[in-house]
Design a protein around this ligand. Structure first.
Ligand code: PLP
Length: 387
């Protein structure tokens, strides 16, 4: 079969592929320590599950508006106001099938052939592929540890051309766990404003922060920044709702309307009763989020100590999300070699940094229990020592 040219250069998701391989080994009875999935290991909080069950019993089982249940759009707008100082109404919100889908809708709505989209590396695997699928050109801007794996205002400015349409900002970041400081966000907002480009701020990890790190949404910097910002986020990470598939996009009403038209011809509305669970997530108690973050914090402490104790490995201190991005350059292996050999020899699964635009790194997700982390790090230490 001849496939459309647009899929020719698109790579399959390495994250999903390695996660699937580790799961298959586990199913075959192999004792695998898997640090691959970007997925909290907690159950969805009970009040959220109960709200969805109740909605199911109340017959919320039919098609709904493509842009989402009006009550959920309002509840999301209220949370963005309360948590992030962002002033949106329900007309500025579209509910999507996860944060991935919200970004995909955005790219389809906004990007066309000739448009450039600036993406700092290391980046979340799907950003460049989504830009390509929409017909645009990803412009990858490398970063290094001298700037904490974060793009500087100068580097952003240098990457801007007359074709630049959009800048993708992700803080806290996947795969690095890096969090931009409020000062850095303000400086980036100034560049966006000076050059009259759009910024999509992927804030899916904004509630998962450590050691006093704070999250400032670029849209909250100033009215000028707000007018150039689109927020992409979702419920998966903060509320342990990965399988529910609920995300959202917040931005100018005309963009939301266009995204809703796209959604109306593709997926239609997100599962109706699941949206009632999301309403409970927005409106219910928020301590469940802090409880999960406290558990992640304990694992992060263990992980940072474990990494520091292994000669040949290093990582910049992650202040958000649940990832650490290990520098493996001293092993002399490419990230794919490292991951393949580690899985074969020690049955530990991690994700090659090459998938995120950084081939001398691997990503470890610590959204897993402490016992698995301890066993896994003993094995990683043995693997690195044998190189
Ligand atoms: N953005 C980032 C940076 C992510 O890491 C993920 C998931 O791993 C998503 C968006 C999409 O999340 P979901 O589609 O599960 O809501």
């Amino acid at each position: 079969m001849e496939f459309a040219a647009r899929v020719g250069s698109v790579q399959p998701s390495v994250t999903l592929a390695i996660t699937a391989k580790a799961k298959a080994m586990k199913a075959d009875g192999v004792d695998v320590c898997s640090f691959t999935a970007g997925e909290p290991d907690f159950d969805t909080p009970i009040h959220i599950r109960e709200a969805a069950k109740q909605a199911l019993d109340q017959g919320k089982t039919r098609y709904g508006p493509a842009a989402g249940e009006p009550k959920l759009r309002e509840a999301i707008a209220a949370r963005l106001q309360q948590d992030d100082d962002l002033c949106y109404g329900p007309e500025n919100i579209i509910v999507t099938n996860g944060g991935k889908h919200s970004l995909f809708n955005l790219m389809l709505a906004m990007i066309q052939e000739g448009d450039e989209v600036i993406i700092p590396a290391p980046y979340w695997v799907s950003y460049p592929e989504m830009v390509k699928l929409a017909g645009g050109t990803p412009v990858i801007v490398p970063t290094d540890t001298s700037t904490g794996l974060r793009i500087t205002p100068e580097a952003l400015q240098q990457a801007i051309t007359p074709r630049t349409k959009l800048f993708v900002l992700n803080s806290p970041a996947n795969p690095t766990g890096m969090v931009y400081t409020p000062e850095e966000i303000r400086a980036l907002a100034k560049v966006v404003d000076d050059h009259d480009i759009w910024v999509v701020s992927d804030e899916i990890y904004s509630k998962i922060l450590y050691d006093g790190a704070t999250h400032l949404s670029i849209g909250a910097v100033s009215p000028a920044a707000f007018s150039r910002t689109i927020i992409s986020s979702g419920f998966a990470k903060a509320y342990a709702m990965t399988g529910w598939r609920i995300g959202f996009l917040a931005g100018p009403a005309e963009l939301i309307k266009t995204a809703a038209t796209i959604q109306g011809h593709s997926t239609s509305n997100v599962c109706t009763f699941a949206q009632y669970g999301a309403i409970a997530a927005c409106e219910g108690p928020q301590d469940c989020v802090q409880e999960m973050v406290s558990a992640f914090a304990e694992r992060r402490r263990f992980l940072l100590d474990a990494i520091a104790s292994i000669p040949g490995l290093s990582c910049p201190t992650p202040n958000g999300a649940f990832y650490s991005f290990l520098n493996i350059s001293k092993t002399g292996l490419t990230s794919l070699e490292f991951c393949d050999q580690l899985l074969e020899e020690q049955q530990v699964a991690v994700i090659p940094g090459g998938a995120f635009g950084a081939d001398d790194h691997v990503r470890i997700s610590y959204a897993t229990d402490l016992a698995t982390l301890k066993t896994g790090f003993d094995r990683i230490a043995a693997f690195v020592a044998s190189r």
